[in-house]
Design a protein around this ligand. Structure first.
Ligand code: NAP
Length: 352
């Protein structure tokens, strides 16, 4: 089906959907319009099949619901009813979705317009995506995915990816959720560098560990920190880390000592935070050498804890917020999976 012929002119970046407060863009908005009665000329409308909830958000809702999947669904439903988008009011994060293109507005640039019926994953957060859900299906805890029937908008300028043919869709969705992470490691880690990754056994953490190994080469060191025993074992089995530390990353002093011990007594060049819990800012910053970089991919990161914490311990390190978008990040992250048969089979088992 193509777009209805009568279309209203949409504002840049989807601003016409904002209900309150007026004047902001959809991400910081409290509430956005999620009805589909009006056709806007700069929107791509998709029929939604699966939500991939952000890991920090899923964990927060799971904890709030006492581990009950129906409770998580109830919280998602409430958030979308109240806000017109899956913008978790506690973690402030979203996730992304898998859907089928239903219509493409007349003002969408031809080089951006996907074919009607194409299967796509959104690469912009659910915290800014107009979303209506008609029914909920299976909840998959391991991948934080929820099957649904609903409708959503890819707003003007928001990135998305066509799902590749050579990988299982659920696996691609899981990888694309964290596509921003491995490419940032590739941009920062140099041959011979030492890199520590916190939450290294999780989805983004493993991708970062595999990327770090490629980037630092045989003379560098890759150290993974993972508190969940099974995921630590999975990471060891990939043989990309020089050391895997089964440690609680919220223990800043213990982490500092453990990381230095794993790095010949030296501080590291780069630390990447990929955990799904709060309170690891200083554990990320402390082991980094002066002039090095602490990269915060985690959505549970506090800007103030980073800035003031680094100041308080006199650490002159670059603190970087993990931008979910980087040019070419989708293909890059999928290529990381394609490049390593053991990683691919682990991810197929976990998320496929
Ligand atoms: P994930 O698969 O759940 O991985 C997180 C890992 O951290 C899990 O293995 C988890 O273990 C581990 N962990 C939890 N608490 C820990 C602790 N105290 N010490 C050491 N390890 C601990 O999550 P993900 O999908 O990779 O996402 C990671 C983070 O990136 C989340 O905060 C997510 O919100 C964020 N994210 C950011 C962006 C962005 O654009 N910047 C995009 C997507 C996601 P358990 O399995 O035991 O919990």
């Amino acid at each position: 089906m193509t777009a209805p012929t009568v279309q209203k002119a949409g504002a840049r970046f989807g601003a016409h959907r904002v209900l309150e407060p007026r004047g902001v863009l959809p991400q910081p908005a409290r509430r956005i319009e999620n009805s589909f009665e009006t056709a806007w000329d700069n929107e791509i409308v998709v029929d939604v099949e699966t939500l991939n909830i952000d890991a920090a958000s899923f964990k927060q809702m799971e904890d709030a619901a006492g581990g009950d999947p129906a409770g998580v669904v109830g919280l998602v439903r409430k958030t979308i009813d109240e806000r017109g988008k899956q913008h978790n009011p506690v973690t402030n994060s979203g996730g992304m979705l898998l859907g089928v293109v239903r219509s493409v507005g007349s003002a969408v640039a031809p080089d951006r317009a996907p074919p009607i019926g194409a299967r796509v994953a959104t690469l912009a957060s659910l915290s800014l995506t107009p979303l209506r859900i008609d029914s909920f299906g299976e909840v998959r805890k391991a991948s934080a995915q929820i099957d649904v029937r609903g409708r959503a908008v890819i707003a003007d300028g928001a990135p998305f990816a066509l799902l590749p043919q050579d990988l299982p869709e659920r696996l691609s969705l899981a990888v694309l959720d964290v596509a921003g992470a491995p490419i940032q490691v590739a941009r920062r880690a140099r041959p011979g560098d030492s890199v520590v990754i916190l939450g290294a056994g999780g989805k983004s953490g493993i991708l970062c560990a595999v990327q770090a190994r490629k980037s630092v080469g045989p003379t560098g060191r890759v150290i993974g920190v993972e508190s969940y025993g099974k995921y630590a074992d999975d990471l060891r089995a990939l043989s990309v880390c020089d050391a895997v530390i089964a440690h609680d990353a919220t223990d800043a002093l213990g982490m500092y000592e453990a990381v230095l011990a794993a790095n010949g007594g030296r501080e590291v060049d780069l630390a990447v935070c990929c955990v799904n819990v709060e309170g690891v800012e200083l554990s990320t910053i402390l082991p980094v050498r002066d002039g090095g970089c602490a990269y915060f991919f985690s959505m549970s990161t506090s800007f103030t804890r980073c800035a003031l914490g680094a100041e308080g311990v006199g650490k002159d390190v670059e603190l970087v917020i993990g931008n979910g978008y980087a040019r070419g990040h989708a293909d890059w992250s999928l290529d990381v999976v394609r490049s390593d048969a053991r990683l691919r089979s682990l991810f197929e088992e976990r998320y496929g």
